[in-house]
Write a protein that binds this ligand. Structure first.
Ligand SMILES: O=C(O)[C@H](O)[C@@H](O)[C@H](O)[C@H](O)CO
Length: 405
């Protein structure tokens, strides 16, 4: 059995740092945000975020047995150590990689603070001073949270007009790129399991896209997400139907497991096709990238294995002239980690923001101004990922029944 413990002996004293504790906290936003803290004996705490959902706190707790005492500056080695230590019990993919992603981000933050540089600098420097954001939007009354929102009767909540009105509202906030969900309840008719779209369902979707385009024009980038719902033939029929609307992309039209099915859809249409958020590590995306089975790749850095793993994916995508637009449904912590990534990779396109309905999203960090200004986030010059949590707000929104940091 190999010994994966720290074999590094040669290091300048000023960088001889140790991890003293690792903590996690689930914050209840529009998703359950898994925040992570890594404490060190250098008086520095790194913060990170793993993708939403259950299991992360337990896995983070587990890693303490081999990460405490390690040097947080060895980000790449420690990420691999998590996989090596846990691969025997399913750690090469799935939730272990999700947990490792948040730890990896917290390590970059700690490393940046210890070395007194922003994370993008550690990733190789920056190609841009600000990162463009696309806003994930929702039609429908469930999301009526802000001024200027029209309330709809339930039957009209997913009408083309409701989509167009919401698109207008979000464009007026300064965003230059939007995404809506295109999977609507009527897709279940007549059968929710076979993935088949009726002609009426496709026509309804076409009308939604048309209404949004008529409202916001063609200068705004516009994407639609289908959440892995359709059969190959229905995905293709839908993608053909939308070709005339010049979308930024059509996302996740078929289920995520079958690469060949995905490739068939991508290659069948001139509507750009995006996917990637529910794959783990570079291994689960390489085939799709090298076979040009995706037009825009959308890994989630807080799921896929952190910033290093996303950079490896971005490298392969760049080699194939494919842009990368990270999926992101995080709090400001995970979002800011993605901003450093977006600054450091050449083929970055746009970063998702998915918290329009969380009016305290910005309050979670210590900051005067909203993070997003006119649809962009400025790449911070402060050490680490460049944001610090407001502990009171974290505590206020800690998931009920969990202990918090
Ligand atoms: O692209 C996206 O923004 C995602 O698909 C989200 O819309 C999902 O709903 C969420 O991550 C739940 O799984």
């Amino acid at each position: 059995m190999k010994d994966f413990s720290n074999q590094i002996t040669n290091r300048a004293e000023s960088r001889d740092v140790e991890i003293t504790d690792i903590k996690s906290c689930v914050v209840e936003g529009n998703f359950e945000w898994n925040l992570i803290k890594i404490e060190t004996d250098a008086g520095v705490t790194g913060i990170g975020e793993s993708y939403r959902g259950g299991g992360v706190p337990e896995l983070v707790e587990y890693t303490k047995r081999f990460l405490i005492g390690e040097n947080p500056l060895d980000v790449q080695r420690l990420y691999r150590r998590i996989i090596q230590e846990m691969s025997g019990h399913g750690g090469t993919t799935g939730k272990v990689i999700t947990a490792a992603s948040g730890i990896e981000i917290a390590l970059w933050d700690a490393a940046g603070k210890i070395l007194d540089v922003p994370v993008y600098q550690l990733l190789g420097g920056k190609l841009r001073d600000e990162v463009r954001i696309y806003c994930d939007c929702h039609a429908g009354e469930a999301y009526a949270v802000d001024d200027g929102y029209t309330e709809y009767a339930e039957a009209d909540a997913y009408s083309p007009q409701a989509y167009a009105d919401e698109a207008r509202r979000v464009v007026d906030m300064g965003f230059t790129a939007l995404k809506f969900d295109l999977d609507v309840e009527m897709d279940n008719d007549p059968d929710p399991y076979n993935g088949r779209l009726s002609n009426a369902a496709i026509e309804h979707k076409r009308q939604i896209v048309e209404a949004v385009r008529e409202e916001i024009g063609y200068e705004i980038d516009l994407a639609f997400d289908c959440h892995w719902d359709y059969s190959v033939e229905s995905a293709k029929r839908l993608a053909y139907e939308l070709e005339e609307y010049n979308l930024m992309w059509l996302e996740d039209a078929v289920p995520p497991e079958n690469m060949e099915a995905q490739k068939e859809v991508t290659k069948a249409t001139r509507t750009p096709v995006a996917t990637g958020e529910n794959r783990f590590r570079v291994f689960e995306l390489s085939d799709l990238i090298y076979d040009h089975g995706v037009d825009i790749v959308t890994p989630d850095p807080t799921t896929v294995g952190g910033l290093g793993e996303t950079m490896r994916i971005a490298d392969r995508a760049e080699e194939n002239y494919i842009p990368i637009s990270p999926h992101n449904v995080c709090s400001p912590v995970g979002t800011m980690a993605c901003v450093h990534l977006g600054a450091a990779i050449p083929n970055f396109d746009v970063l998702e923001y998915h918290a329009l309905e969380v009016d305290w999203w910005d309050d979670l960090i210590q900051r005067e101004e909203p993070l997003i200004q006119d649809g962009y986030i400025e790449v911070p010059e402060t050490p680490g990922i460049g944001v610090e949590l407001d502990e009171d707000v974290v505590e206020e929104h800690t998931l009920e029944g969990t202990s918090g940091f």
